[in-house]
Ligand binder design. Structure first.
Ligand code: IDC
Length: 474
């Protein structure tokens, strides 16, 4: 069992003071064919602590893997040690994900989970239970299967502003930069949350109709970043083939209503000007081909390193007009110094960009982080820079900057909470089954095509999926 938030481990033996028992049945938002659930919640509550027991009954079609969502009255009630599920909490919203052994629930089947918690303020009575995004009313609803369910998060299921259908692309249309934010066609500031491919020269087996469908429908992702390496057996070895491959992935994302970032994945050498001619050729081709699509965002240089901001700016000032000539309204992401750290990894910060911005409108600046390597000093800069520059976290990892090592969930949560609070969009490295801890899937998943099997997810993938599939507020 993994416990994400270990605050307040409690002695269960203290649970003698007060017993509260209740069955919670709440109003419905239903979304898929034959769905429905019933939740029975009982608790022992005493000053400052409580034990919650939840029995989930699946009334709809059989599920293979489930996510239970519920909300506390406010953020004063915290889930501590839990059992029979993987718990995470964001504000008042709690998510419990099934484990390997209890994820399969046939029609009518039940399973029980529980946790110890702490509370201040309001009594810790959870409300609005959802199972795989469908509110548990105790009844079954049959409805046509939509391409996406409207809501996965308990907090959002109570929010009237949440859209009740459609894809991210249908809801938002052509995007543009508005002040420091990304705005949709209604001029509303939005946040896109999604995944990055691994290098498409290595992991094309992980990008196909089924995997992209899983990303849209199971992960509720808004976004697919297409990481086209330029070196390392990438674009430079066969420009037309890689251009075609990228375009094909743009179409896969569009067909599922997701945005697509075309990432010109420069890494080594770190000076993007080394690839300036290739960039002009590539972006001329993809911007002409995709000019009429609304789902494309261009990222012109993944991670500049070993260069000054002026060299990056010089590159951007030459590549952006090539894109604009064909696709004038598309958002463009510009990499920043020090592996897109806003310069922090080189002892600088956003001031050098503010002092000398790229000569173009409708652009955002890339910030990348790896949660186990980049912590408070980076967060301080991002928090401040977010009020000064339009930022897009086009790549982040839950692990170290090597792409491996231990998953750091505490730092990852601190990061995503910050990004959520600033409406900064993000893509996680990687939607692949690479044999490294940053990959969302376990090795062998892509060959097997088992993208929606919960046991295919890595530790990182399970956690990131839980974050991404909460409801959007478009
Ligand atoms: C890593 C991959 C790894 C590959 C390596 C070299 O995870 O499998 O061998 O690149 O190409 C970045 C880069 C991204 C890195 C990633 C992890 O944008 O290409 O991927 N990372 O090291 N910046 C910071 C970390």
């Amino acid at each position: 069992m993994k416990v994400l938030h270990r605050r307040g481990l409690l002695a269960v033996g203290a649970a003698s003071a007060l017993a509260v028992t209740g069955i919670v049945v709440l109003p419905a938002v239903n979304a898929s064919a034959a769905s429905g659930c019933r939740v029975a919640y009982t608790a022992n509550t005493w000053p400052g602590g409580f034990t919650g027991n939840i029995t989930i009954t699946n009334l709809g079609d059989a599920v293979n893997g489930w996510t239970l969502g519920f909300t506390f009255p406010d953020a004063g009630q915290r889930v501590g040690q839990g059992w029979s599920a993987t718990y995470s909490q964001s504000g008042s919203a709690v998510t419990a994900r099934s484990l390997d052994y209890n994820g399969a629930l046939a029609t009518g089947a039940s399973t029980s989970i529980g946790f110890n918690g702490t509370w201040t303020g309001s009594n810790p009575s959870p409300a609005t239970f959802t199972l795989n995004g469908v509110t548990c009313t105790g009844t079954v609803t049959n409805s046509p299967t939509p391409s996406r369910t409207p809501s996965q998060s308990p907090s959002a299921s109570t929010s009237p502003s949440t859209p009740t259908g459609g894809t991210p692309l249908a809801a938002n249309g052509q995007l543009h930069v508005c002040g420091v934010n990304l705005c949709n066609q209604n001029n509303k500031a939005i946040q896109l949350r999604g995944m990055s491919t691994h290098g498409i020269q290595w992991f094309s087996s992980c990008v196909n109709t089924a995997s992209v469908a899983a990303l849209a429908d199971d992960w509720k992702s808004d976004l697919l970043r297409i990481a086209m390496y330029v070196q390392e057996q990438g674009y430079e070895t066969n420009p037309s083939a890689f251009t075609n491959q990228v375009n094909q992935y743009v179409d896969l994302a569009e067909a599922k209503g997701m945005y697509a970032i075309i990432d010109f994945h420069t890494l080594t050498p770190g000076d993007p000007n080394y690839n300036l001619d290739r960039a002009k050729t590539f972006f001329a081709a993809v911007s002409a081909r995709n000019a009429n699509k609304k789902n494309v965002i261009y990222e012109i240089a993944n991670e500049p390193n070993g260069v000054t901001w002026q060299q990056i700016k010089n590159y951007a000032d030459q590549v952006i007009p090539v894109i604009r000539a064909n696709d004038p309204d598309a958002v463009v992401i510009v990499g920043t110094r020090g592996w897109s750290s806003l310069g922090v990894s080189n002892g600088a910060d956003e001031n050098e960009i503010v002092a000398s911005p790229v000569n173009a409108t409708n652009i955002m600046y890339a910030f990348h982080f790896y949660a186990a390597s980049h912590k408070d000093n980076y967060r301080t800069v991002v928090s401040r820079a977010a009020g000064r520059l339009p930022l897009f976290v086009s790549e982040f990892g839950t692990v170290s900057a090597t792409g491996g090592g231990a998953v750091d969930l505490a730092s990852s949560a601190a990061w995503l909470d910050l990004l959520d609070s600033k409406k900064i969009s993000y893509a996680n490295w990687t939607y692949s089954d690479a044999d490294e801890s940053s990959a969302a899937f376990r090795p062998g998943t892509c060959a097997a095509g088992s993208y929606t099997n919960p046991s295919s997810l890595s530790e990182s993938g399970a956690w990131v999926r839980g974050r991404i599939r909460t409801a959007d507020s478009f």
